[in-house]
Design a protein around this ligand. Structure first.
Ligand code: HEC
Ligand code: HEC
Length: 279
């Protein structure tokens, strides 16, 4: 499977776009082929993948690994998309809801899958449903101790949990709904490899020569809104900036690779993984 995260962002984006374009082209070609009765007749003799008449999670898994894992993780632990290893999903209560989501997508981030056959949709849904119900990744440590690690490591200096802390980084009250155990660990060890797709650190130099570095909170064609690490907001007209640099792949979040032992890290990951939206 392709690991987009290891590629420079622009290349990864290009590959993803061309991936979806070629997927769309294959779909169009299949639709065209269906207009010829002989092609339909020939297709009827091909063994259908999975063969069985029941929804087949094993066939769904093959499709999942090819088409979904690049955003939801090979083991369903999350990536650009949320972790699917949860019994309760936000947009889907059962397998047929999942099939509908896969077909329609969730704009703007989750692409639609109009090119899947009903059978493929049912297989995918069966696999994703099983992912969520076949036991989650076991917690590697103790969530209660992890809460203490969280408090002692200065995380609240940049993160809010249940209304407490500073909101420079994202609110972590429900972070376990979006990120599974493996991806949480990755975030703490190598934060720059697991940035949310809309996250961007920028550095602007004003006409007067002041440098403002911070998180992009909003941007349109004329202005950009930046929040710096002290919490200060700036709304800057782009035309009046001397320079505006997009620090792609950069984050103010430090790595905890050196400062936390494996045990403390396991506890912290466990605490974060249990922070979920309640059903
Ligand atoms: C380009 C990235 C991307 C791809 C590829 C992708 N998804 Fe998603 N998916 C997302 C994002 C982002 C969300 C969250 C959308 C939101 O909540 O606004 C999501 C949401 C979902 C949800 C709903 C989760 C919930 O909590 O309700 C399901 C189910 C899902 N995806 C299944 C799949 C399946 C199955 C595939 C492959 C056929 C797939 N996705 C391919 C990005 C992707
Ligand atoms: C100096 C500020 C800062 C500190 C300190 C900090 N973080 Fe972060 N963190 C961020 C920012 C900014 C992001 C968003 C960009 C990114 O993913 O790196 C983030 C992202 C995250 C994410 C991913 C959240 C998501 O949904 O995208 C997790 C999980 C996280 N931090 C946990 C922690 C924990 C646990 C600690 C303490 C051990 C910590 N952070 C300390 C700034 C910080």
């Amino acid at each position: 499977m392709v690991e987009w995260g290891h590629l420079p962002r622009s290349i990864a984006l290009y590959l993803q776009v061309s991936f979806w374009r070629s997927a769309a082209r294959v779909g169009q070609r299949l639709r065209r082929i269906k207009q010829f009765p002989w092609a339909v007749a020939a297709l009827a003799f091909l063994p259908s993948p999975g063969g069985a008449s029941e929804d087949d999670a094993a066939s769904g898994r093959v499709l999942y690994e090819q088409h979904c894992s690049l955003c939801h993780g090979m083991n369903g632990d999350g990536g650009r998309g949320p972790t699917l290893r949860r019994t309760v999903l936000e947009h889907a209560a059962n397998a047929s809801d999942i099939a509908l989501i896969v077909k329609q997508g969730i704009p703007p981030e989750m692409p639609e899958g109009w090119y899947y056959s009903e059978r493929d949709l049912a297989n995918l849904a069966a696999y994703v449903y099983a992912l969520g119900h076949s036991g989650e990744t076991p917690l590697p440590g103790d969530p209660a101790r992890g809460e203490v690690v969280f408090a002692e490591s200065g995380c609240a200096g940049c993160h809010i949990v249940d209304g407490k802390g500073n909101g420079y980084g994202p609110d972590l009250s429900n972070v376990g709904s979006g990120r599974g155990v493996d991806r949480l660990r990755e975030t703490l060890l190598d934060p720059e490899t697991s940035l949310a797709s809309d996250f961007l650190l920028v550095e602007a130099v004003t006409e007067a020569g002041a440098t403002i570095r911070g998180i992009r909170r909003n941007e349109d064609t004329l202005t950009i809104q930046i929040q710096d690490s002290k919490g200060q907001f700036y709304s800057l007209p782009k035309a009046q900036l001397r320079s505006l640099e997009r620090l792609r792949g950069a984050t103010p979040m430090p790595s905890y690779r050196e400062s936390l032992s494996k045990q403390l890290l396991d506890d912290l990951v466990s605490y974060l993984a249990t922070r979920r939206r309640s059903p």
